[in-house]
Design a protein around this ligand. Structure first.
Ligand code: ZN
Ligand code: ZN
Length: 651
């Protein structure tokens, strides 16, 4: 019998094999491939046209793994077409290091055994009505959005919904945008359900991944809490997907196989024909558009826990309250913070910039520290005593001879969180402080720091946007946005939306236990339109305006964007080829092909980069036509094309 076998590699089609075994679609098998043996899956169709005359090889054996469901295969096929990535690479996302895990002994799964305890948590009237709306699905596909103010108890609502699904024997998946969150979240889960969920992200051990993969395939594990990649687990009986913080842009996988996990989750739910819930305080523009069109249903939670009100906002005009040289915290703010500390409020100084200073230069020879691999300044990290490229990881020491005479005399331009932290410690020497950024918090020993913050043993935090991502700090009642002018600079179409999301999430960290809270914005900019948008109690007013702008300018979600990034180490050749490539593809694109232009970060990891942008209708045909023609274009050796459908970053 001839069988189509998809293999986890760069091919977009299955290979034909021969077998005497009884095989059906979805079975995992081991096949010879070249000189090696690989794991493959019996696919749902043969390669379309084969004029190659390969000798058909025999399948070696069938693996003891429950077959991949046809629905999941259909999802992977669609994933491959939508994101313009080979089918084999889509399969690779599902397998574990390109293999399937055969049955693991039952005892291992004792730790995940479900034993739902009766909890005493009583939902509020508002929460109950949201749950009711969420549950009207008959277990069929539909997208429901739960929009709730930060701290309004959204999690409890979807936990209840999930409980019903598990009780019916289904599996559930909760997607989270940030792996740093899983610890605090896991505790919340166990407190509610009384059993362990499986935690899935890139940081867990290989052994654990094997246990979870197999447990999911055999329906031994009921709930997975995971980052993007958990979306590709081989669920045997998936019954509900929840995407928490659906607006979060870190759902976009920007490297390797590029995809948006939120959008793919919706699509997987649609292929599985199961309900999906998107959870957010402020929906993304795409989601908001779908709510307005009636494609997604919506429920809203407007009351905060303990009836806490949202924080107050105060604008500190830096033109009046002059800053001392090399300082970034105004006198006015210092006085306010003192009052908060007196009341035992925790205080956060927010600046979205890691390290000590983003720009180091010499005041004798005027040369600055830039990355040798990228067109970007190196950031000085004082704690680590080095300069670091945030894009390629290049490191250098702050030690250089001047082109004039002797050693360079460095000046540091602008602050990062480390520098603000120094200033804070000078002003408040008796208080415990901590920096909250990916440099300090995404580590194994960060849970101790997290605990200290929760217990208010650390009174002052200096944090980057990492802190805006769903952490719950009960004493945090004062936030100082050190420099809203800097954070508002941006050159991409989502700049306004990104800012709204960021500051809304950030403010949501404050005042979570009912005490009054205030967010202070230091600014030189008296045009406070953005601050007004951010601080408006109803974020939908901003979203309505933003949708109108997008519509008027033919921007997503009204049109489809596909970014094509061409990279090469040869700058001259790159430009020439980019124009050739543009001419080549233009004939099949009905919409517009914009560019090529040099990417804002023109050189990244030693490669020069140019970008093209396709703006077209929202139809899968755009991708399939484009994929066909791209295949025929032969780039010179060393030149690489990356396709980013629905791009979020325009670096
Ligand atoms: Zn670099
Ligand atoms: Zn110098």
């Amino acid at each position: 019998m001839k069988v189509p076998i998809l293999i986890p590699n760069i091919f977009n089609h299955p290979f034909t094999y021969d077998s005497d075994l009884k095989l059906k679609v979805g079975d995992y098998v081991i096949v010879p491939f070249g000189k090696t043996e690989l794991t493959g899956v019996v696919w749902d169709e043969f390669e379309k046209k084969t004029n190659k005359n390969f000798k058909i090889k025999k399948i070696l054996r069938k693996l003891d793994v429950p077959p991949l469901k046809k629905k999941t295969i259909k999802f992977l096929n669609w994933f491959s077409e939508y994101n313009m990535t080979p089918k084999g690479m889509a399969l690779k996302l599902l397998l574990l290091s390109s293999t399937a895990i055969e049955k693991i002994s039952d005892e291992v799964y004792e730790q995940f055994k479900i034993d739902i305890k009766k909890n005493k948590i009583e939902l509020s009237k508002e929460q109950k009505s949201c749950l009711k709306k969420m549950n009207v699905s008959n277990q069929k596909f539909r997208v429901h959005v739960l929009q709730g103010t930060t701290g309004s108890g959204k999690t409890m609502v979807y936990f209840e919904a999930l409980k019903e699904i598990i009780n019916k024997g289904f599996q559930g998946l909760i997607l989270l945008p940030e792996i740093g969150l899983t610890g605090q979240f896991q505790n919340k889960f166990i407190e509610f359900f009384g059993f362990n969920p499986a935690i899935w992200h890139s940081g867990i051990t290989k052994k654990n991944k094997e246990i979870i993969w197999s447990g999911i395939a055999n329906n031994k594990i009921k709930v997975v809490i995971g980052a993007r990649s958990s979306l590709f687990l081989p669920f045997k009986r998936l019954g509900l997907i929840i995407v928490d913080e659906e607006h979060d842009q870190s759902y976009k996988q920007d490297e390797g196989i590029i995809y948006n996990a939120r959008d793919m989750a919706i699509s997987r739910a649609s292929f599985e024909n199961i309900p999906i819930n998107l959870i957010t305080a402020v929906p993304s523009i795409e989601t908001y558009d779908n709510i307005k069109k009636g494609k997604y249903s919506l429920s809203r939670l407007d009351q905060r826990y303990l009836n806490a009100s949202l924080p107050n906002y105060e604008i500190i005009n830096l033109n009046k309250s002059k800053l001392k040289p090399q300082s970034w915290i105004s006198k006015e703010v210092i006085e306010k913070v003192k009052l908060h500390l007196k009341k035992k409020d925790q205080v956060l100084f927010f600046l979205n910039r890691r390290g000590f200073s983003p720009h180091v230069l010499c005041n004798k020879c005027f040369s600055s520290y830039t990355c040798p691999n990228c067109t970007i300044n190196l950031v000085y990290h004082k704690n680590r005593q080095n300069l670091l490229c945030h894009y390629c990881g290049y490191k250098a020491l702050l030690n250089r001879d001047c082109s004039k005479e002797g050693k360079c005399n460095f000046i540091f331009s602008g602050p990062g969180v480390e520098r603000i932290s120094e200033e804070v410690r000078n002003i408040f020497p008796t208080n415990e402080t901590a920096i909250f950024s990916s440099d300090t918090m995404n580590k194994k020993n960060s849970s101790k720091t997290l605990e200290k913050i929760i217990n208010n043993e650390i009174q002052i935090l200096i944090g980057t946007q990492l802190i805006s991502k769903g952490f719950h700090f009960p004493s945090l009642n004062c936030i100082v946005v050190v420099d809203i002018d800097l954070s508002s600079q941006g050159h991409d179409l989502r700049g306004a939306e990104k800012n709204l999301q960021l500051y809304h999430q950030l403010s949501g960290r404050a005042g979570r236990t009912g005490k009054p809270a205030t967010v202070y914005f230091q600014t030189y900019n008296l045009d406070t339109k953005m601050i007004n948008d951010i601080t408006n109690k109803d974020p939908n007013i901003f979203l309505d305006k933003e949708l109108e702008i997008r519509r008027a300018n033919n921007l997503p979600p009204f049109q489809r964007f596909i970014a094509l990034i061409i990279t090469s180490s040869n700058e001259r050749e790159l430009e020439k080829e980019a124009y050739k490539f543009k001419n080549f593809i233009e004939s099949v694109v009905e919409g517009k092909v914009l560019g090529p232009v040099n990417a804002p970060i023109f050189r990244l990891k030693k490669m020069f980069r140019v970008r093209l942008l396709i703006r077209d209708r929202k139809s899968l045909k755009v991708q399939s036509k484009l994929a066909q023609v791209i295949q025929k274009f032969k780039f010179p050796v060393g030149m690489k094309l990356t396709v980013d459908v629905d791009p979020i970053n325009f670096n």
